[in-house]
Ligand binder design. Sequence first.
Ligand SMILES: NC(=O)c1ccc[n+]([C@@H]2O[C@H](COP(=O)([O-])OP(=O)(O)OC[C@H]3O[C@@H](n4cnc5c(N)ncnc54)[C@H](OP(=O)(O)O)[C@@H]3O)[C@@H](O)[C@H]2O)c1
Length: 287
Amino acid sequence: MYVVAGASGNTGKIVAKRLLAAGKKVRAIVRHPDKAKDLAEQGAELVSADLGDRAAFEKALAGATGLYLLSPPDMGAQDFLKERSALLTSVAAAIKSARVPHTVFLSSIGGHQVSGTGIILTTHAGETALHEAGVGFTALRAAYFVENWGSVIPVAKKDGVLPSFLPGNKAFPMVCTADIGNTAADLLLEGSGAPRVVELSGPRDVSPAEVAQTLSKILEKPVSLVEPPLDAVVPTFTGFGISANVAGLFRDMYAGLASGAVAWQGGSAVARRGKTSLEETLRALAR
Ligand SMILES: NC(=O)c1ccc[n+]([C@@H]2O[C@H](COP(=O)([O-])OP(=O)(O)OC[C@H]3O[C@@H](n4cnc5c(N)ncnc54)[C@H](OP(=O)(O)O)[C@@H]3O)[C@@H](O)[C@H]2O)c1
């Protein structure tokens, strides 16, 4: 039986569906069962637990062969790094106590780095907590999500411009959540024989300028890229209700991506590439 945390989210739902399609038993951890009705209909057991509730989480892990875990977002956090570090330390202790043989943890490009990566430090905290607890795990380090562009597609539709805090003409590794979820499920099925670190990007690296060109094709109208300065990140994000602390961490991440400071580890980490094209994901987002 596999336990999937964040099962109502982008990646968790794909993980759960792929495991169910492979004929496996799935226990989906959700805070709001109504968001995972489709999983229940496909045979998943729904368990309500907050990752911050150590006892409830540990109970949800009983009998697990494998676990899919992420560092959940919290856009209102006042000290996000400290809060995530505490939460993931508690989560790692529960995994150890429940003797889960293999966890696939969704980390990020730069998840091995100790500074200069901004919000990615939350995934570094997760890798560190799991490592220090001594549990068996695979760090699935994903590239920048293609789905991040979803929030600015309405602007492209309305005004014909695509705002980007990433430099327009530099190619970045990007990957869609379907490829992440499917890879995570495959790693869970591989079990404790799966590689310790997998670094996952899409079929090829792409520039924000290419994202704009592709959207232009999909929307059948000109879409030009605009590059606001990095100083605009915090006011833009806080304007959407994100806390100043979290917005500052996003700014640091964009600065690190732009400068190239945020990077793959390489070496012993296994590099994998997803199959889904940029256009396919953008088309789905633009619907
Ligand atoms: N965006 C990127 O470019 C990028 C790149 C690399 C890695 N990542 C990692 O990917 C993560 C996001 O993955 P995603 O898109 O699959 O997530 P998502 O769609 O934002 O979903 C988050 C899931 O976590 C659940 N959740 C939130 N807080 C929880 C808590 N305290 N206890 C239990 N469950 C909780 C949510 O449940 P509810 O439905 O109850 O809210 C939801 O199912 C990020 O946090 C980051 O660590 C992101």
